[in-house]
Ligand binder design. Sequence first.
Ligand code: PLP
Length: 370
Amino acid sequence: MREALIRPQAIAHNVQAIRQATSAAKTLVVVKAGGYGHGAVIAARAALEGGADWLGTADVDEALELREAGITAPVLSWLFGPTDDLSVALENGIDVGVSSLGQLAQVVSQASPGTPVSPGTVARVHLKIDTGLGRSGATPDQWAALCEAAAAAEGGGKVRVVGVFSHLSGASAEADALQGAAFALACDQARATGLDPELCHISASNATSNSPELASDMVRIGIAAYGVPVAGRFAGLGLRPAMRFSGQVVLTKRVSSGHGVGYGHTYRTTGEATLALVPLGYADGVPRHASSAGPVVIGGRRFSVSGRVSMDQFSVDVGDHGVREGDWCVLWGDPAEGHPSVEEWAEAAGTIGYEMITRVGPRVPRVIER
Ligand SMILES: *Cc1c(COP(=O)(O)O)cnc(C)c1O
């Protein structure tokens, strides 16, 4: 009665189209947060089919999930805590993003030291510079010391600095350009310290679409791979949404005019009407903020959520239209198929498409389209 239809072919298509549109030699596809709600392994395999060179995750456990599924492609993870054990990830060839001397020390100490008969692991790291986002990454003041410590660790055979990276704020084109300039400087500084990073990378979906000059050696593509619209050049690439979120009408009934609908009676029927009950609520990722606003399509016809979204269900006033129990109510999908877009929902809920797709709950089965 609930379904998130996942379309791996759309992801593969999107990645292929984006690869052709970027000058970067390599494309990393981000599959964090369960592949943005689509399923990490499904998304990863589809991305690789579309030509992705690298995969990216936030947590190392997310990266290990890919290894456990037999995926051998290079994987970069950029978020770990001071008490996390990275040894298994390092042994499995997961590259880690390193933002500080403390994180570098943690990685060096957790890479297996080796024995007379085994060489041990060389930790593969990407040093991260904070060029202005104010999140992770070393500040420009800390950068020289981080590069020197990494060069020393490389000299000791414990670490290989594979990359240098940063992340953009998207505050404005000017702000991103300033960050890009600071990044180019940081890459030069790293090389001047004796490091030889193969991959400098800063752009995610938005900058890859809007600021192609920042593409550098690799772009890290998340949201656009899943077909959620990104402004700029990508608008012309024909990217296809990779998720269709729907629920089956479980009950219909006729009610009289003025009937209150849902908690707080924030909606009332304006005439005799049929109410259709849909078994999706905020526990499933339907935002309560989209109460009486979120668009739906049932039987090819557009309606909207009527009244409050509750934990497990919401109602739709379908008036006199012939909606029946068992009909599918699509919340978002591919507009080319007549369904509302993720963006419309994001707007109705006062949020962004990222939050819509990553919040589809565990109670919703992911059905893979073949
Ligand atoms: C999530 C993330 C990305 C992908 O961003 P999109 O906007 O989804 O393309 C890239 N890089 C880092 C560091 C991220 O955390």
